[in-house]
Design a protein around this ligand. Structure first.
Ligand SMILES: Cc1cc2nc3c(=O)[nH]c(=O)nc-3n(C[C@H](O)[C@H](O)[C@H](O)COP(=O)(O)OP(=O)(O)OC[C@H]3O[C@@H](n4cnc5c(N)ncnc54)[C@H](O)[C@@H]3O)c2cc1C
Length: 477
């Protein structure tokens, strides 16, 4: 473990029993978890190398409960870590020893569906997939689709500005959320945006989306719904080199075609997915693209024809068009299972950088070189259409030295992304993981301004401290 958490407030730790008793008066006993065994369930998120037992965990069931808990914590100087499903790969939901975890996973209600305005108002603890399931019968869906969508919550998606395979066409979370109900650290409840498309004044909604639980706790949101297309179908394109596949991605986008998704898997990823799902991926390919287009049957045929024509310049070893819904589902099953499948074979450290599309071939070559230098195998599975890279560095978590080296290797990869004109995170957030790399991307003045915004919303830095901003150079807490 190379990243440290802020020093705990000893005065808060000394009052733990008393504070838990007082919290117990604010919420029903059933939603307050104070015993050690119960708290252990929340000691980590999907960045499992880091663990920390919180003071207590509370699972509120309403905005009003969230408000009274935050007001109490504010008055008693207790830190609060907001949490959805805990699938953060960046340690964003990692508790602190002197914090409570405020987990919204019980707040799953669909409050309103308005198919005329094409919006749904939902509680923040609903799963990403749950939104689509709630509106599918009316012919709609919620577009951002993180691979973790079966578990991750809308609140977590908003906090990290989540993306997914199908965000190339429809945009990421910030492009699909219209309003939020936010509880500030002092307990105040505010609404930003809402039922209407555009709000006057500063774009505070864009500030909240992606703020990683630093500015307030989202309890409800109004999201946009998209009319489900008549149909959608992918084509599988296999290539003899990662460079050829990467160049083909750029050529498809440069031609002005906007597929719904362009996903990239390299040889190690193809092999593992094929082994676990038997999705029919070509075993001889060094790299695979899944390019999905949507529309009517005629539109799909036309667009797939165009994509295949462009791909021919890069000498594909496989071109296989899905012929029906079952084949399409199988192709996506392989991709969606990729992280889990690799996780069954090896521990991995998943990076999340962004690069300009034109730099994709160079980025992949350099990532290979960096991993070779650190003597790690790497598997690449990512949203290629928007240049969002996910190299998975394969390492042995039981060996502390390997974790430290994997983190250094990952840091070099993220620095490379910034050098190539990209940025540190596409969708997983900064969290704990990339906190100390913020100086690579931002100047001191930039960071200072960002920290001043945090201070406006949360003057004592009680909300999710220890994340996002480098530990040194912060205002005293
Ligand atoms: C196998 C796997 C695949 C993944 N694939 C993708 C992918 O394709 N695209 C993608 O974007 N991400 C992906 N992720 C990362 C993760 O699922 C997303 O970041 C997701 O948005 C986190 O949601 P969550 O509910 O689990 O949030 P958590 O992990 O609980 O929290 C994440 C952050 O959000 C904050 N937060 C949570 N809820 C709230 C709230 N209500 N109000 C304020 N702050 C809050 C937390 O404090 C923390 O900083 C993947 C993760 C895994 C494990």
């Amino acid at each position: 473990m190379s990243l440290t958490l802020p020093e705990p407030d000893r005065a808060v730790l000394a009052r733990q029993d008393d504070l838990v008793r007082q919290l117990g008066r604010l919420v029903p006993q059933a939603v307050l978890i104070a015993d050690e065994e119960g708290r252990r369930t929340f000691e980590t998120d999907a960045l499992t190398a880091y663990r920390c037992l919180p003071l207590a965990v509370i699972l509120p069931s309403s905005t009003e409960e969230v408000s009274s808990i935050l007001r109490f914590c504010h008055e008693n100087h207790i830190k609060v870590v907001p949490r959805g499903a805990g699938t953060s790969l960046a340690g964003g939901a990692l508790p602190l020893e002197d914090s409570i975890v405020l987990c919204l996973s019980r707040m799953t209600k669909v409050l309103a569906i308005d198919t005329l305005s094409r919006t749904a108002c939902v509680e923040a603890g609903i799963t990403n997939l749950g939104i689509t399931q709630a509106v599918a019968a009316q012919g709609f869906f919620y577009a951002p689709d993180p691979s973790s969508q079966i578990a991750c919550t809308l609140g977590g998606n908003i906090a990290t500005n989540s993306g997914g395979a199908h965000c190339l066409k429809y945009g990421v979370t910030v492009n699909n959320v219209q309003g939020v109900r936010l509880v500030l650290m002092n307990g105040d409840i505010i609404d930003i945006g809402g039922d209407h498309l555009d709000a006057s004044g500063y774009d505070f909604l864009a500030l909240i989306v992606g703020s990683e639980g630093q500015l307030g706790v989202v309890t409800e949101a109004t999201v946009q719904l998209i009319k489900a297309p008549e149909g959608a179908r992918p084509v599988l394109l296999g290539f003899a080199s990662t460079e050829a596949a990467a160049a083909c991605v750029g050529a498809i986008i440069a031609a002005g075609i906007v597929p719904v998704a362009i996903e990239f898997l390299d040889r190690p990823a193809i092999n593992v997915c094929e082994h676990f799902v038997a999705a029919g991926y070509p075993p001889d390919a060094e790299a695979l693209l899944i390019v999905e287009v949507e529309g009517s049957d005629d539109e799909i045929e036309y667009l797939l024809e165009k994509v295949e024509e462009i791909a021919r310049d890069y000498k594909p070893t496989t071109v296989r068009r899905s012929q029906n819904a079952a084949e399409s589902a199988l192709i996506w099953k392989g991709r969606k299972a990729a992280f889990g499948a690799i996780g069954q074979l090896s521990d991995y450290y998943c990076m999340d950088g962004v690069i300009p599309l034109s730099k994709l071939p160079k980025a992949l070559e350099e990532i290979g070189n960096i991993c070779k230098r650190y003597r790690f195998d790497v598997a690449n599975i990512f949203h290629a259409g928007d240049g969002n890279l996910h190299p998975l560095i394969l390492y042995d978590a039981n060996d502390g030295m390997q974790l430290q080296r994997a983190e250094q290797c990952g840091a070099e990869i993220l620095k490379l992304c910034v050098e190539l004109g990209g940025c540190l995170t596409g969708e997983h957030g900064v969290g704990l993981e990339k906190r100390e790399l913020m100086y690579v991307q931002y100047s001191d003045a930039d960071l200072e301004q960002q920290m001043r915004i945090k201070t406006v919303f949360d003057p004592e830095w009680l909300l999710n401290p220890g994340k996002v901003f480098p530990l040194e150079g912060r205002p005293p807490q």
